[in-house]
Design a protein around this ligand. Structure first.
Ligand code: DGJ
Length: 668
């Protein structure tokens, strides 16, 4: 029996995963239905259950049927031997005389059997270039606090699909905390309701349905997104570590592999490149010890819709053919050039989108999401809109066009999947007029259908979930991807906060962090190269600059840092994270990663802009008590006089934007 099962006594009875009340999800209003005859009523009764083993997991299935209507719900609960996480979801079907409308269909809805004087909730919120801000509040008696996103794509910005609910006082290392994260890339609603006297706390998580009920035809199945639940009696840090372990072991396609150090071309050249620009970049990243080169936006489109330096982001999305004027020898040539330098090759795509100025939009104007009778609301470049992924023909066409591109690059190893627009024209010409609200759910199901098809055909390809940076930072996408681009904001100072937020739920190996130029292109802030490296080394290290802009001294520093990163990469990418000092509460942030037996740890101390000189004193909680450790500073420019006494590390930073990285190893 794991911690989640104990905490969810109202949902899963001790040891046996039995819902205490058979109508649990109904009782807590996680499921609300308008039947074919217009009645709003539901009384579910258990009609059977089974348990089956599935690899290292156990899946319990509970079938619930209505006493009066031919309407049934199947609840699934999946747990694993090697981690303390539980996945739960619901399937809904019926054979009524006509369609049923689902007003609410949560993945999870339950009273939590833990009493506490206060209940708090932590979520992540933000916007472009300011993603993953940690936001916390208390839930007062008689109140409902809701965390919701209504964008349809890039939902992680507004409100990330993960949340933590604390029962009583909690911090990084202490307190009862429930982690709930939806595996969903679309709209979500997560709610916490406290009873009038504070004695009960109910928690809900599911797809947001405020745009209209979902119409479910007889014989069809509505499957909610999976919700993954984690319980900790040792604070938020443990919730995060459990999420990270579960994601690496049971979610991400290549979660156990070490992720490569790569150079992505975007900030180094934007739309302005020739073959030579790109091969020069490859030379540079090879010299610094990188392992992959990724070609970003600007390689496609033809004729008047070529995505070139003049048209930039205004044209071409949807036209997935190589721009032969820019790249006369095609992508295969570039991949071969990368291979000659010992680098793998990756490519940027944005398959969910189309520009109104594209051959595809001219050919199929009905494939654009659009509201009947209204002009299109246009996004990036004044021409970008979202394709109708509820329509299988749209997905088939995108698959077939991109499949040809992928086939032309047999060594293709990585795809950066971008998505730069929300659903702002929420109408589908494919869906019947009485089913328009289905779009919000069907779009995301369509997206997953396409991702699964790509994955099945080329399972070795690593995918980055990009979405303007941070927009697809969710466990739904990570079933098909191995990392997310945490933010277009590559200013290391901003990244300290963004990465701190992302780490609440998502593992370091999934967090793409790139060293970029100074002054930073987004904020114009100037920071030392060491600081940029130290911040980026907290996740999956990469570059996004033109290496020719670095001085020989900077290249030498980068070479050494990349070599060090490769050595410590197993601990950072696959280890346990301990958040030692919050940038929200200190003039610095500190993180520690330990390997499984705690014999090896890496500590990052990242100063902020003011009071960077304040003495730093850290309790290295992840180290084994009583064990003897040796400490060495790496990525060093001006050494920090650090002292390790037992598990306490003391040092002083040299000022704003100074940072220090320590490798700590168990001695004899
Ligand atoms: C937005 C992404 O976040 C960037 O990294 C880059 O890929 C651009 N799109 C390209 O258009």
């Amino acid at each position: 029996m794991n911690g989640v099962e104990i905490a969810l006594a109202g949902y899963l009875a001790f040891g046996q995963l039995i819902p205490q009340g058979q109508q649990e999800i109904v009782k807590h209003a996680g499921l609300q239905v308008l039947h074919a005859d217009g009645a709003v009523t539901l009384r579910l009764k258990e009609a059977g259950r089974e348990k089956r083993a599935e690899g290292g997991a156990e899946v319990t299935t509970i079938r619930l049927v209505d006493e009066l209507y031919p309407f049934e719900v199947t609840r699934y609960v999946k747990s694993w031997d090697d981690c303390d996480a539980v996945e739960t979801w619901v399937e809904i079907r019926h054979s009524e005389g006509g369609p049923v409308r689902l007003i609410r269909a949560d993945s999870f809805a339950s009273a939590i059997g833990v009493s506490a004087k206060e209940v708090g909730v932590l979520g992540l919120t933000g916007k472009w270039a300011q993603e993953a801000n940690v936001s916390e509040s208390k839930v007062a008696n008689g109140q409902i606090v809701e965390l919701a996103s209504k964008a349809g794509t890039r939902d992680a910005w507004e409100s990330n699909a993960g949340m933590m609910v604390s029962f009583g006082q909690s911090d990084e290392e202490s307190g009862n905390v429930l982690g709930v994260a939806l595996e969903w890339t679309g709209t979500t609603s997560r709610r916490i309701r406290r009873g009038w006297d504070g004695k009960t706390t109910e928690v809900f998580a599911g797809v947001d349905m405020t745009s209209g009920p979902y119409t479910l035809d007889p014989g069809k199945v509505f499957r909610t997104p999976k919700a993954v639940l984690v319980w900790s009696e040792r604070g938020r840090g443990e919730v995060s570590r459990q999420f990270h372990r579960w994601a690496r072991n049971h979610l991400m396609p290549h979660g156990r592999d070490l992720h490569p150090v790569l150079l992505n071309s975007w900030e180094g050249s934007y739309f302005s490149f020739t073959e030579k620009t790109l091969t020069d970049m490859m030379d540079g990243v090879k010299e610094m010890g990188g392992e992959m080169f990724v070609l970003d936006d600007g390689w496609f489109g033809r004729g008047k819709y070529a995505r070139d330096d003049k048209n930039k982001d205004k044209v071409g999305l949807g036209d997935w053919y190589v721009n032969e004027e820019k790249l006369p020898r095609g992508l295969g040539y570039l991949a071969d050039e990368a291979a000659k330098r010992g680098l793998k090759f990756g490519l940027w795509v944005e398959p969910e989108m189309v520009n109104t100025r594209s051959w595809l939009a001219e050919e199929h104007p009905d494939w654009l999401l659009q509201e009947k009778g209204r002009p299109l609301a246009l996004g990036r470049g004044g021409t970008q809109v979202v394709l109708d992924y509820a329509n299988p023909a749209v997905r088939e066409r995108i698959f077939s066009d991109l499949d040809k591109v992928y086939a032309s690059v047999p060594s293709l190893a990585y795809i950066k999947w971008d998505s730069n627009q929300n659903i702002v024209n929420p109408g589908s010409t494919f869906l019947p007029s009485d089913r328009q609200p289905n779009l919000w759910y069907d779009y995301t199901i369509g997206l997953y259908d396409l991702l699964a098809k790509f994955q099945a055909k080329r399972p070795h390809i690593m995918v980055q979930a990009c979405a303007s940076g941070g927009g697809h930072m969710d466990f739904g996408f990570l079933r098909y991807a191995d990392e997310f681009w945490a933010s277009d904001d590559t200013d290391p100072f901003m990244r300290v906060f963004i990465q701190w937020g992302a780490s609440q739920f998502y593992p370091a190996c999934a967090m793409a962090c790139h060293v970029t130029a100074s002054p930073n292109h987004q904020t114009k802030r100037e920071t030392p190269l060491k600081y940029r490296f130290d911040v980026a080394m907290c996740g999956r290290l990469g570059f996004e600059l033109h290496p020719k802009d670095l001085t020989p001294e900077e290249v030498a520093f980068a070479k050494k840092a990349v070599a060090d990163y490769k050595r410590i990469r197993p601990v950072v990418q696959q280890g346990d994270l301990y958040r030692l000092a919050s940038p929200y509460e200190n003039p610095y942030s500190a993180l520690m990663y330990t390997n499984g037996d705690r014999s090896h740890a890496i500590v990052f101390v990242l100063g902020l802009k003011e009071n960077g000189e304040k003495p730093v004193s850290l309790d290295l909680t992840g180290l084994a008590k009583g064990a003897k450790y040796d400490i060495a500073e790496i990525n060093c420019t001006v050494p920090h006089d650090a002292k390790l006494a037992g598990r306490r590390l003391g040092l002083a930073l040299h000022g704003p934007y100074d940072s220090a990285v320590f490798e700590i190893s168990q001695g004899d």
